[in-house]
Design a protein around this ligand. Sequence first.
Ligand code: M6R
Length: 624
Amino acid sequence: MTAMCGIVGYVGDKSALEVVIEGLRRLEYRGYDSAGVALISSNGGSGTELATERRAGKLANLIGAIEERPLPAATTGMGHTRWATHGAPTDRNAHPHTDCTGRVAVIHNGIIENFAALRAELTAAGHPLSSDTDTEVVAHLLEAAYQDSDGDLAEALRRVCRRLEGAFTLVVVHADAPGVVVGARRNSPLVVGRGIGENFLASDVAAFIAHTRQAIELGQDQVVEIRADQISITNFDGTRAAVNEYHVDWDVSAAEKGGYDYFMLKEIAEQPRAVADTLLGRIGADGRLQLDEMRLSPDELREIDKIIVIACGTSFHAALIAKYAIEHWTRIPCEAELASEFRYRDPVLSRRTLVIVISQSGETMDTLMALRHAREQGSLVLAISNTNGSTIPRESDAVLYTHAGPEVAVASTKAFLTQLVAVYLVALYLGQLRGTNYGDELDDVILQLAAMPEKVEKVLETMEPVRELARSLAGERCVLFLGRHVGYPVALEGALKLKELAYMHAEGFAAGELKHGPIALIEQDLPVVVVVPSRQGRDVLHDKIVSNIQEIRARGAKTIVIAEEGDDAVVPYADMLIRIPPTPTLLQPLVATVPLQVFACELATAKGHEVDQPRNLAKSVTVE
Ligand code: M6R
C-alpha cells in the first residue's frame, strides 16, 4: 500500500524515461521510500515489450540502477515515488507491479481496502503474488480484464476500478498497447497535462510544468486514456465525462530551487511575495474587502451562527489563529479542530454552521473526510487551499485560494503565512458584512494587512543572528516554545518545525499553562523560545508573559525572546532577543513565525539533516 506517492505518465515523441525521471524528481517531496519506472519499447522485432526498474530508497538509487543496466529507448512510460504505509519500503514492494505475463504494469497511490479478498481470489485462481502490496492485485486483475475487453486498456481499467474499494490513483501500461497510458482516480489526485504531440498524467502539475501549462482536472471515479495526440476521459461506468481544462498560472521556475540549497530556504524567502499575491485583488481601492470569488452569498454568510475551522499539522495552527481572529472581529462563536478528531466526536453541526477547512495540498485525507462529514450534516464548507483543482476545494461549497505558488519542501512555510492571510481576509470580510462593533478597527487592520509583505521582508533581512543561534544549539536535546493568545499557536508551529526537521524533542505551550505542570521541565540552560505579544491594545497579555519569562529564567532556562522593536520591558530577561516589527496583535503570527522557520531549518542543516525531505514524512498525506 502506498499513501501519498508521486505518479507520472507520458506518451509523446521524447524519451519517456527522461520525462518521467524529471517528473519524479519534482514529485519526490510526495514520497521518497522507493521509486520505479515502466516503459513500453520495441522488442527489436515487430513486437513491443514492457521494461521496468524499481529500487528501494530515494530516486537517486533508481537512477543509479538504470545507469548500470540501461533500459531500452521508449516514448511511452510511467514512474512512481513511494511513501509506504504497509509493506516495507523494499525493492520487492516498490512500484511498478506486474501481472503473471509480465506485460501489464501498474503504479498506485492510495489504499485498496478490499485487497485481502481480491488477493485471496487471485491466489485461488493460480496467480502468484510476489509483493506485500495491495497494488499488485490490480496488475493481476487487469491481466484478465484486458483479454475480456478485447485489448481496450481503458475499458479493462474501468472494469477493475468498479471492483475496488478505497482510495486510489492508478496508472497502467500494457506491452500490447504501445503509445497508450491509462489512469484512474478515486479520492486521490491525478491531473492530465495537455501538450502538443505529447500528453502527461501526474499527481501534481509540477511534474509536467516544464512541458505544458495546460491541465485537466480528472474528476472522482474517472478513467483517462492518453495517447500522443488524444485524451479521452470517461466515468467508471464508461459514459463520457465533462472535461474541465485550465491554465496553470505559475511556471517551471517556481518549481525549481532557484539557486537556494533547499526548497525550504527558497520558500521561506518567497514569503513576502506569497503574502502579497494572496492579498492581491482582494482589498478594494475603498479599503473594503472583495471576496466574491468565494461563491458564498452575503445572505448565506449573514445567517451563520457558528464557525468550525478544521485542518491538520501546520494548517491546524492556522486554524487556531483563525479562531482568535474570527471571534474577535465577527463575534461569531468559533472552534478550531483537528481534522482527524472532528467527525469521530459527533460534532454539533447545522445549516447555519460554516465549516472552514484549511489544506495547502487540498488532498489531505483527514481533512477531506471531515469536510464530507460536515457537508453530509448540511453545513456550508469553505476551503482555504493552495492547490487549484485539488479534491478539497472541489468538494467544498466555496473556496478561497492562497497564492503561495508551489510548496515543495515537506515543512510548510509560505503556505502557512498565506493561510493566515486567507483566514484574516475571511474573518475581516465577515466582520465587514455583519457590521460588528469594530468598524474602525477593521478598516485599520485591513490597512495593516496590506503592509505585511514589507514587514515579513524586514524580518527576513535580520535573520543572521537567528541562524547563528540555531547552529549553537545543534547539540541540544530539547527546546521549548511558549506563547500566549495567537502567540500560542505560533509556539506550537515553532515546535512542530523543529520536531519534523531537526528530530528534536520540542514542545509548544500556552505560557500561562506552564505553572500547571510543564514548568517542571525547566532545567539549567534549557533553551526556551518565548513569543511576546504586541503591546498594542494587549498590555495585560504582554505583562503576563514578561512575568512568565522571569519565572523560567529564575529556574535556569536560556531565554530566546521574540519581541517587537521598541519593547524594552523584555530586555533584562532575554538571553537572546529576536526583534520583529510592531504589528497589531492578531496579525503578529505573520512576522513571529518567520524566525522560528529559519531557526528550525538552520538547526536541522547544522545537524546534517535533509530539510526538504525529513524522515518518515511526506508532503501530502492521503491516508487517514
Ligand atoms: O496539505 P495540508 O495543509 O492539508 O497538510 C497538512 C499537514 O500535513 C502539513 O501542514 C504538515 O503538518 C506539514 N509538513 C508541517 O510542516
